[in-house]
Design a protein around this ligand. Structure first.
Ligand SMILES: [Zn+2]
Ligand SMILES: [Zn+2]
Length: 211
């Protein structure tokens, strides 16, 4: 049966532009999930959808019913709920094997790996209007940062740089991503961090070869 694919992360307005976090001083979102203020800002988009799901089902937060609802959401077909609710249900569930938040454990935990893999069915089967490219990138980035200790540092650095801009709805083009990754590999994280936009990050001038 066709699922409704209700969109996610659209209940709250996005910020107009990337701005510094009052707590950690980086562009808001870059401290995710360790900086509480960055985490609160980012998670608010997921929580708004989850709160709507809870109230739609007459379930209160922090109850046993909430855990049951999370299990039901995870058992449903992709597209039955907003993708944000699938993510939040995973966060409310511990992995039966490694006890980490489901889907965020070590890469060799098969239970986490299969939960993480299953969630992306939403993105791959959704009709185009249900998910914009920046929303897919936001989902991917946040999921990755929640298991940052298991990921390659270069990828984590790329995600952190990008997150503030994904929050304002700006996804990098393939070419911009390629250039930012090149600058990162060249050890230019400081310059990238100071850039005020994706364009600026991608447009850092090439360094002269040092010999
Ligand atoms: Zn912060
Ligand atoms: Zn696990």
């Amino acid at each position: 049966m066709a699922q409704p694919y209700p969109p996610g992360a659209r209940l709250l307005a996005r910020p107009d532009q990337a701005a510094p976090c009052p707590t950690c001083g980086t562009l808001l979102g870059r401290g995710y999930p360790d900086c509480a203020a960055c985490a609160e800002t980012v998670d608010a988009y997921w929580l708004a959808d989850w709160a709507a799901l809870l109230s739609g089902n007459g379930v209160a937060e922090g109850t046993a019913e909430e855990r049951d609802l999370a299990a039901m959401v995870l058992a449903d077909d992709p597209g039955a709920h907003p993708w944000t609710c699938d993510d939040w249900a995973m966060r409310r569930t511990s992995c039966p094997y490694c006890r980490a938040e489901l889907g965020s454990g070590a890469l060799d935990c098969l239970s986490c790996a299969s939960a993480d893999q299953a969630r992306w069915a939403w993105d791959h089967t959704a009709p185009p209007q249900a998910m914009r490219p920046d929303e897919h990138a936001l989902r991917l980035t946040v999921a990755g940062l929640r298991s940052a200790e298991h990921r390659r540092p270069g990828v984590v650095g790329f995600w952190r740089l990008l997150l503030p801009f994904l929050l304002v709805g700006r996804a990098p083009t393939r070419e911009e991503s390629r250039r930012v990754r090149l600058h990162l590999m060249a050890g230019r994280e400081d310059e990238l961090s100071e850039a005020a936009s994706v364009e600026e990050m991608a447009a850092l001038p090439a360094l002269p070869w040092r010999g």
